[in-house]
Design a protein around this ligand. Sequence first.
Ligand code: TYM
Length: 343
Amino acid sequence: MSEDASHYAGPNRVFSGVQPSGDLHLGNYLGALKKFVALQDEMECVYCIVDLHAITVWQDPKVLAEQTRHIAAAYLASGVDPSKAIVYNQSAVRAHSELAWYFNCVARIGWLNRMTQFKDKAGKNSEKMSVGLYDYPVLQAADILAFKATHVPVGEDQKQHLELTRDIAAKFNHDFNTPNFFPLCEPLIKGPGAKVMSLRDGLSKMSKSDPSDNSRINLTDDADIIAKKIRKAKTDPGEIPGTKDGLEGRPEVANLVGIFAALSETTDEAVLAEYEGQGFGVFKPALADLAVEKLSPITDLMSRYLADPEELNRILANAADKAAEIADPIVGDVRKIIGFCGA
Ligand code: TYM
């Protein structure tokens, strides 16, 4: 699609989301939450807990609300400030589902058939997956475009979904002859931490669904567990090289260096320069200390927020009203553009 994003005249706005479908891990933190915090002083930010996305696979109704508060607590404990950013859960704002339906009639089946995340999640069982799981990226496009968001901070695994969002926006603008009604959002992916890999296998990404808990650092892990997982992380018999060329063919080492760089807000090059020639007997304890220093305060704060579920409910409900104030008029305009009677 060839529409120029620079013609969009609306305000800059950030939108992103995290699913309430299990513990958050270091990949979620570095790929998403940490970026959320940095952006809230730069632009209007809308951070959603995407419970509609979570139910594309089975979620126990007894724990869904609790898991939603868990993500809210993680946002706040990471530094997202509800007086600056809008933090709410997706199901509380109807605009998401409504716009997703309209986009179902814009997106093409061929586009969805190319989505690698569905293929990865469904594996050989695609016939047994919910229609919602297949449609997941269309709902994601609706999330972003219900707010006419211009910037979307995510990890690298979401790149294809954001390309689809841009395609849906461009096709809607084109089909209804409303040029630049929807912006073509800019993915904010770059930087260390965009793709945190498993601690057990440097070629697969750190993921909630990995059966080995040692493959990831959870935001709920205590200091001892973090240190143990880093100690056990797969490496090789070599040393830390001085340049990135020396990380070639060493995905596990590259991953640990990347995690170090992301946590200490520096570059891979700077980490390599500092630890050049050191063995993992030195590097791993340094990384474990750094991870504990950065993550423990978040874990502690999370438990404090979670101790007051009513307060979290109140924060989410207030923000849902604010989110609806932005999204409802946009979806109202979409209704008019489509030409519904009474719109
Ligand atoms: P979820 O909950 O699966 O992931 C939340 C965020 O964490 C990032 N992430 C990672 N980043 C780096 N390394 C990893 N190993 C890693 N694993 C996960 C994801 O890229 C994501 O940014 N589909 C989205 C949720 C969503 C959304 C949206 C995002 C729904 N609607 C609209 C942006 C805009 C997701 O992946 O959630």
